[in-house]
Design a protein around this ligand. Sequence first.
Ligand code: AMP
Ligand code: ZN
Length: 469
Amino acid sequence: MKIYNTLSKRKEEFEPLEEGKVKMYVCGPTVYNLIHIGNARPMIVFDTVRRYMEHKGYEVNFVSNFTDVDDKIIKKAIEEEVDASVISERYIAECKKDMQAMNVKPATTHPKATEEICGMLDMIGTLIEKGHAYVAQDGTVYYRTRSFKGYGKLSHKNIDDLQGGNRSLLVTGEDQKEDSLDFVLWKPKKDGEPYWESPWCNGRPGWHIECSVMSRKYLGEEIDIHAGGEDLIFPHHENEIAQSEAANGKPFAKYWMHNAFLNIDNRKMSKSAGNFFTVRDISEKYDLQVLRFFMLSAHYRSPLNFSAELMEAAQNGYERIVTSVTNLNYLLENAASDTMSEDEEKLAQEAKGYIALFDKAMDDDFNTADAIAAIFELVKFANTNTKQPCSRQFLQSLKEEIVMLSDICGLIVEKKQEMLDSDIEALINERQAARKEKNFKRADEIRNELLDKGIILEDTREGVKWKRA
Ligand code: AMP
Ligand code: ZN
């Protein structure tokens, strides 16, 4: 399996630090609003990376944070006259709903910055001790950027060029810095802001330190993969490397993965220009599986343009797979025989070729565009080779393969058929009749059959009531 590593600017063979295990950290959203479809791109892309790794047999420890202390959260809390935690908790809950609707698996751990302050104080303390950080007059703690030899290695920037570019910046407190390149690890509180006590001043952490701390706490000092959108390469990830490697004295992440941006109508998504959509906006018009399909139809390192035409194309593509599975299910109910014929065995073998094609695409730096093309090939193969009567075993194997490959992409392609109210009521009547005849075995069978289909029965004094789970 090859992964493009931003650090080396080339594709490298993936070799985990520990056999059979993957330690992966993905920078999560700042929670002050509903997530937009740009935020959804890294969620979907890296969830697919995780699913593929799991499919390959790796045990993946997947950590993704919520940044729940930040200027934008505080601004909104002041506007609404509530505590900052009311805002962040609200949008964490909304974000989790969107993730579920996009079939993004919950992380192994979703740490929140405000719950990790202790670890941040500890790491900042170490950095000061080691001479990589210093306390300014007002209690702000800065990272001494030039003290870290490898600064710029991820973004491939020369530290002296950075210095030149930054000199004209007029940032508050700039005069207290030893060097304009130094960045904040801890800053003093302002009126009305949430704050924590520290040896330097009552205040709150800078943004970069949280990821270094949470990554170390939940995954260890050295991890396999660190990921996020490409806007995070500089300065966020560059600063994370400087903090973690200086504090721990070890390399931080082995592979750095970055997704390219999602644009709208070929322009950068921007709230002020009005060209941005939340995931919730999209869910009003489309099944979010279509959004997922759309995101995976391009390679994650290619910029992707969001447009109505491309979403229509994604809808058609997604439905092509769903229809094929629905069709196979229908054929399965009317299968001509049980076991495969010799001819079918040959065809089943041929079908395996498409799985190999899928794996080849995914092994090449998660080329989901080609992987989806392989699913389409398999769908076409299934559609053309099931026109004549087929055995159940053959149909089942084709269906399982399409569902398995789609599932690696996080695409739900097998729609569970909802039972009609009239069918449910007919079964309930049959159960009542069975109970009257003291045929409790049959009555239990019916209850369980309904439960399997998500129908819950309740025996009440007024009779049997039912609801959908
Ligand atoms: P933020 O809440 O801005 O920190 O963003 C959370 C994640 O979404 C980060 O990994 C960003 O790089 C990513 N992201 C934000 N906007 C876009 C976009 N338009 N396209 C792709 N990724 C984005
Ligand atoms: Zn981060």
